[in-house]
Design a protein around this ligand. Sequence first.
Ligand code: C2G
Length: 449
Amino acid sequence: MKKVITYGTFDLLHNGHYNLLQRAKALGDYLIVGVTTEQFDEYRGKVNINDSLMARIENIRQTGFADEIIVEDHMGQKVEDVQKYGIDIFTCGSDWVGEFDFLKPLCEVIYLERTKDVSSTILREKNRKIIKLGIIGSGRIAKRFVPESKSVAGINIEAVYNPNFESAREFGERFELDTYTDDWDLFIKKIDAVYIASPHNTHYEYIKSALNAGKHVLCEKPMVLKKSHAEEVFALAKKQRLVLMEAIKTAYAPGFLKLLSIAKIGSIGKIYDVEACFTKLTNSNTREFKPEENGGSFTELASYPLLAIIKLLGKDYEDLRFDSFTDKNGIDIYTKAHLKYKDSIATIKVGLGVKSEGQLIISGSHGYIIVEAPWWKTESFETRYEDRSKNDKFFIKFRGEGLQYEVNEFVSMINAGNEKNQFKLTAGESITIAGVIESFLDNRTASRD
Ligand code: C2G
């Protein structure tokens, strides 16, 4: 019996897939089809898959060509499968010519001509209109955002707004945007959604203006500096039936999501303590050191540690305390914050003028999890125990600057209408973060007086 194997995502199963499976089956007597998991596709840089794994498997089954369907979930699996199943022929479309020649010592490799003018990407684009995005602000983070957002399908940056025209022009020309302007009305008319990357103080007004104009909003952290402002803007987004998301990139990254799952299944027992540190030595003539712009370590960096703490211990802390070192203008160059919960505690260390190890440690009754620096770009972590033989290591790729994860989530939230549950960073969690930042600023003002 001649055994053939082929692999693919098979999203929105179409003629190209059907033709390929038909010819693959005709190459032998028994056809095995490997269908990729979402995680494996994400790992190999394929995002925005429409159909679930189960739906894709069912579609393959219904073609009647597959004698066996397996799941492909890791690199190197093809070599394992060819040996395990005693495969005679490996086949796939001609878009992969040469890529799988490494299988030649194990079996025959045949690249079948790809069917022209049909692909899952074309179908996905047809089903969905491209979201036109405008950027508010043209500083450092906005410059990193543009190249990253290009790897996400379904969104295109059309315009940049800055009240300082020269700054908008320089940014617009550099990134070849159709519109760069200091005219708000012109800007807002051109787009469906905004990414707010302006100084902290300006976020609140921009969010309200954009939502009132019917635009979805992705806003840099800290989204707002007051709990009541956060409550107000989320209520407005709900009323307008628009997406409002805080751009804390870690919240949407696969490594961090995996870390949360591992912590929450009780792998280290009951969680008693979370310690998260983020320091970034920064030149003192930047915005971060300006009191009038609410600069300082806490407003600048604490969103990340707060995300980890609130995700792991919840929103209902009972007590909050801050210790800071400030510069001559009253800007905190280092802050240590303590959050006390009913039966757990947490510490935040943030610094713009003090350097420390950027790690996250979650301590539990059975063991602890250590996420190595920079933990906010979560890529690897370990669960450690008294009995070292039980220790385990996890590795999940973190792509680029990680901004593509938040853009991807933003796009899929918009496309889902109101049907998708935003669990990665909820409105309530963003409101809690704003509340902690507000307490910090109140505290700082009081200690200055
Ligand atoms: N295909 C085709 N004609 C098309 C579109 C796709 O012949 N118009 C083929 C592809 O070449 C591939 C199969 O259909 O062999 C599945 O395509 P995708 O779903 O796009 O999956 P792909 O990313 O190519 O999976 O392990 C995964 C595989 O290595 C590749």
